[in-house]
Design a protein around this ligand. Structure first.
Ligand code: UD1
Length: 337
């Protein structure tokens, strides 16, 4: 059984990836500091797969703890690194927290994994590295734009650190640039757990429909799009999780063409906020109370992926429709109540 380390494995994308890894026969070790996740997720994973992953509560900013970890666990074949802070607004308020959480931990982890001859590394990147791209759909060749937030900057810098390191070490790495992950596992045993008021669209939608929030604010009705609302590429988190397994297998099978590769992970289809609302109303049978308000600062007009590189090289494709992803998010919301 191949042993894989998943950092941030109790988070939203991490937990769904752990399930897919276990389903594919990998042995999973999770590191998580529980700063933005719950230990209950471990039970959720176990009840889906029937296999309890190994769990270590560990803060990746503690280099000596990482050193000890690699003494305790040998034979790790690959690392999928999710552990990071991800709230855009908070990163503007607390930039050093974000650089420390997302960059220091990455540097320590790379240092220690390479010392221990663990070479295969998958990095959680984001379409935020492109900013407002000039051409849609966005290919991996689109240039980085100046980051709108320290969070976005940590994804750009993270990729650069990995690219530089791969030039002079044995590191074999893939960065996956996620578009907008949504939805939950079909069992509704794991899903997105926003703490406090959700910043992202889908949790706000489901909480409004569930009566937890009074009204959804649609940020901007005057964008240069068909219905005036902003466009994103919403991808089912289970499809996204499967992309990680495909990327990992590419490294394990030594099929990668360069020591550092990047892939867009999206559906290739853009949906406006109003299209999302309509689709949600259809699948949930709920009427959503919403109001169009001013644009949110820092938001872009549109972003959707050209996924042909991932389709071809990873042999991976997103399968779920927007409706299916929204239905799973709603089922999860109802299970939470
Ligand atoms: C943002 C980040 C992305 C990050 C992701 C997850 C940027 C450019 N994007 O994506 O990097 O990975 O969060 O944290 O920084 N909306 C509303 N009302 C709401 C909430 C959202 O209308 O209450 C709209 C937004 O204006 C946007 C769309 O819904 O058009 C999606 O927003 P959101 O879910 O927050 O994701 P992004 O901002 O695209």
């Amino acid at each position: 059984m191949k042993r894989i380390l998943v950092t941030g494995g109790l988070g939203f994308i991490g937990s769904h990836t752990v399930v897919e890894l276990q389903n594919e026969g990998f042995e999973v070790i999770i590191i998580d500091d529980l700063s933005n996740s719950s230990i209950d997720v471990l039970e959720g994973i176990t009840s889906i797969t029937g296999k309890k992953p190994i769990f270590e509560k560990l803060d990746l900013k503690d280099q000596s703890a990482i050193q000890q970890f690699f003494k305790n666990y040998t034979d790790i074949q690959g690392i999928i690194h999710f552990a990071a802070s991800k709230a855009v607004g908070e990163s503007v308020q607390k930039p050093l927290l974000y650089y420390h959480n997302n960059i220091s931990s990455l540097v320590y982890l790379l240092e220690e994994m390479l010392k221990n001859r663990v070479n295969n590394f998958i990095f959680s990147s984001s379409c935020t590295v492109y900013g407002q791209a000039d051409v849609m759909p966005i290919t991996e060749n689109a240039p980085f734009k100046t980051a709108e937030s320290p969070y976005g900057n940590t994804k750009q810098i993270g990729e650069e650190i990995i690219a530089d390191t791969s030039k002079t070490t044995n590191l074999e790495a893939i960065a996956l640039r996620y578009f907008n992950p949504i939805g939950a596992h079909s069992t509704a045993k794991i899903g997105e757990l926003p703490i406090g008021i959700p910043q992202n669209l889908i949790p706000f939608v489901t909480q409004t429909a569930a009566g937890i929030r009074e009204q959804l604010s649609v940020f901007g009705g005057d964008y240069p799009t068909a219905d005036g609302t902003a466009i994103r590429d919403y991808i089912h988190v289970v499809d996204l999780a499967k992309a990680h397994v495909a990327a990992l297998n590419r490294l394990l099978d030594k099929k990668n063409k360069q020591s550092f590769e990047v892939f867009n992970i999206g559906t290739g289809k853009g949906s406006s906020v109003l299209e999302v609302i309509n689709a949600f109303e259809k699948v949930s049978g709920q009427q959503l109370n919403y109001k169009i308000v001013d644009r949110r600062e820092g938001d872009i007009i549109e972003a959707y992926a050209d996924t042909s590189l991932a389709n071809k090289e990873l042999g991976w494709k997103a399968n779920s429709t927007l409706e299916e992803a929204l239905a799973s998010a709603w089922k999860w919301q109802l299970a939470l109540k």
